[in-house]
Design a binder for this molecule. Structure first.
Ligand SMILES: Nc1ncnc2c1ncn2[C@@H]1O[C@H](COP(=O)(O)OP(=O)(O)OP(=O)(O)O)[C@@H](O)[C@H]1O
Ligand SMILES: [Mg+2]
Length: 387
């Protein structure tokens, strides 16, 4: 299985006079045998990038290599059409044909290319076994659950034994439970086949749980690339930090270091965090705290590195935990905890110093209210500065 490498990929869409740089200098590698996920908000260029890899779009610039093989290069005037690339693809709307059986759906791409009947039989049976649908080959497609239809689409993508698998939001039509099951199956299948895969989603949970490598995309560009763990725990941009999960941001400035701890002076008081950042004193920074690293207590906890005081603004019961919003001096912090507090309660807010995410404050030293990031979209614009 080859790796897939994109270098300075540009794809421009034109609608009338409007020009959209859907892929705007994308350089990225899907390592051999791994899952690379393109994660980003709607319209950021994920599908366009994937379609360029499949050969369904002709890029305006850049290069795409499968291993050592150039499949697109503007400079070298190479464009290998889709059928010459040996990729399997599941589209955003997975489009299986309702008038065909499971078998016929999976056989379709080979049928239209005139592959001999016996060969088709073998390949389809193997592909259906892979996705656990061997017993349903003769069933008409409409008599399948959503998850089973999804597997048919996947079997159809795999039937050619492709070297590269391209999946564009393949689980978006499934309800939460089935989605989780198919996600696990997909991960297991990908591991077993060792097939180089590019996966597109705007769902951060899906990206975190499926990927070997995540590339965060915004407005046609790659913002950041890393393993799920690295991007979640140590993002280097506010966009990534907010896109990968819920987070509260505190603005402040570095006010000294002592005993391996950095102190950030915020409007709510000093915040201490592990000094893993070569940031000089006085530098404006944004400190991010994920709700699982924020602890609420009625009394001031002994020995905590940084403790603030606040008032519970809301408590949202989520089953295993409660999501609290706590107001402190005009800011809002998110915390997870046991069902213990009600709106209006005064609480102490402790932030785990080992888990604080320190980011450069590109907007400068101004104090901004902490805006919880929306996991389904880019961070909301900062409200006006208080005071
Ligand atoms: N065929 C097209 N013609 C013109 N503009 C297009 C075309 N396809 C996509 N675009 C535009 O290019 C940009 C990127 O679109 P793309 O479909 O790649 O986004 P996406 O990240 O896959 O979004 P979503 O998550 O909604 O599927 C968008 O602004 C979109 O409107
Ligand atoms: Mg898309």
């Amino acid at each position: 299985m080859p790796s897939v490498r994109m270098t300075s990929l540009v794809k421009i869409h034109r609608v009338g006079r409007q020009v959209v740089r859907a892929a705007d200098g994308v350089s990225l590698e899907a390592p051999q045998g791994q899952i690379l996920t393109l994660l980003g908000p709607s319209g950021c260029g994920k599908s366009t990038t994937l379609r360029c890899v499949a050969g369904l779009e002709r890029p305006d610039d850049g290069e795409i290599l499968f291993g050592d093989r150039v499949v697109f290069s503007r400079a070298r005037r190479v464009f290998v059409p889709p059928e010459g690339r040996n990729v399997g693809m599941v589209f955003q709307s997975y489009a299986i044909w309702p008038h065909l059986t499971v078998f016929e759906n999976v056989a379709y791409p080979m049928d239209v290319r005139g592959v001999p009947r016996r060969r088709i039989q073998e390949r389809v049976a193997a592909a259906l076994d892979l996705v656990g649908l061997g017993a349903l080959a003769d069933r008409p497609a409409p008599y399948l659950s959503g998850g089973q239809q999804q597997r048919v689409a996947l079997a159809r993508a795999l039937v050619y034994e492709p070297e590269v698998l391209l999946l564009d939001e393949p689980l978006s039509n499934l309800d939460a439970k089935v989605r989780e099951q198919v996600r696990e199956d997909l991960r297991g299948l990908q591991r077993r086949l060792g097939i180089t895969t590019i996966y597109v989603t705007h769902d951060q949970l899906e990206a975190l749980s499926l990927s070997d490598v995540i590339a965060v995309m915004q407005a046609g560009r790659i913002v950041e690339v890393g393993t799920p763990q690295a991007l979640y725990a140590r993002p280097t941009t506010r966009f990534t930090a907010a896109f990968l999960g819920e987070i509260s941001f505190l603005s402040g400035a570095v006010a000294g270091r002592e005993g391996g701890m950095l102190t950030i002076m915020t409007p709510s008081g000093p915040l201490r965090c592990r000094d893993a950042h070569a940031v000089p004193d006085g530098t404006p920074v944004v400190a991010g705290a994920r709700p699982e690293h924020v602890t609420l207590t009625p009394d001031r906890p002994a020995g905590a590195a940084s403790v603030f005081e606040g008032t519970v603004a809301s408590a949202l019961y989520e089953g295993g935990r409660v999501k609290y919003r706590v107001g402190m001096d005009g800011l809002t912090v998110l915390a997870y905890g046991a069902p213990r507090f009600a709106p209006g309660d005064r609480v102490h807010v402790a932030v785990d110093p080992d888990q604080v995410i320190v980011l450069p404050d590109l907007a400068g030293p101004a104090t901004r209210p902490m805006a919880p990031g929306s996991p389904a979209g880019p961070p909301p614009p900062a409200p006006p500065t208080p005071g």
